[in-house]
Design a binder for this molecule. Structure first.
Ligand code: FAD
Length: 207
């Protein structure tokens, strides 16, 4: 099946993206496209226009700021999995990112897209809640900082663009991550819809 036709825009700045979202009613942001495009092809989601975040400088990347790890929204799962900084300071996050889908999905899919899509069976939302992470988003109401545990409650605010994630960084923290039983290795119906499980052996302050 093919999606309905749509316009495509590739802005260079967040301000330009915000203008496009406002101007084109029924438009949606596009990151890696690995959740949105399949949904559009199945006609489970529609968009009159797609506003691609891929060319916006500064939305991608991983850095440590004091005791906080900051990850840009368009950082891919593969970049998170491969990052020595994430592996050292939030190993549960790199472990989860390395288990997402397959290499194509990890090379295109982004942390911001995964959070905005908010699939209860997705890997990163569970881990971000366990880490006490903060979602930073920019929209018509300005910059908002939302605790991950509150972000995944209720309907997402489609006017906001997630710009980055913040998580408290602690070297070598022990953790346990169990993805939802993989439908790749066991596609039986009893595994569909199971949620991943994440736990840390320490209490972390809010990021
Ligand atoms: C074959 C396959 C296997 C997969 N396996 C797994 C898996 O094992 N585990 C897992 O967790 N996920 C899995 N996924 C989903 C994958 O991780 C997606 O990459 C992710 O869910 C969405 O990220 P994206 O960048 O592709 O977002 P997109 O598909 O581009 O966007 C998803 C939604 O988020 C919105 N959005 C995107 N970026 C932003 C932003 N910065 N701010 C606000 N809204 C935004 C879009 O408008 C859209 O509504 C799989 C996908 C496929 C196709």
């Amino acid at each position: 099946m093919y999606s309905e036709s749509f316009e495509y825009f590739r802005p260079r700045t967040l301000a330009e993206a915000a203008k496009l979202l406002k101007k084109h009613k029924g438009s949606r942001l596009l990151a890696g496209g690995h959740s949105l495009l399949p949904a559009m092809k199945f006609r489970l989601a529609t968009a009159k226009a797609l506003v691609d975040l891929g060319a916006i400088a500064g939305l991608s990347g991983i850095k440590a700021k004091g005791k906080t790890l900051e990850i840009g929204a368009t950082t891919t799962h593969a970049e998170i999995a491969a990052s020595p900084l994430v592996r050292k300071s939030c190993p549960i996050l790199s472990e989860a990112a390395s288990q997402i889908g397959d290499i194509q999905v990890r090379n295109r899919g982004t942390i911001g897209g995964s959070i905005a899509h908010a699939d209860p069976a997705a890997d990163l939302p569970t881990v971000l809640v366990a880490l006490g992470a903060t979602v930073v988003a920019k929209g018509p109401k300005g910059v908002r900082k939302i605790r991950a545990e509150n972000f995944f409650v209720g309907a997402p605010d489609l006017d906001d663009t997630i710009t980055r994630l913040k998580a408290y960084a602690a070297a070598g923290a022990d953790c346990l991550y169990a993805p939802s039983s993989s439908t790749l290795t066991d596609p039986s119906p009893s595994h569909v819809g199971q949620r991943p499980f994440a736990t840390l052996n320490e209490k972390r302050p809010a990021s």
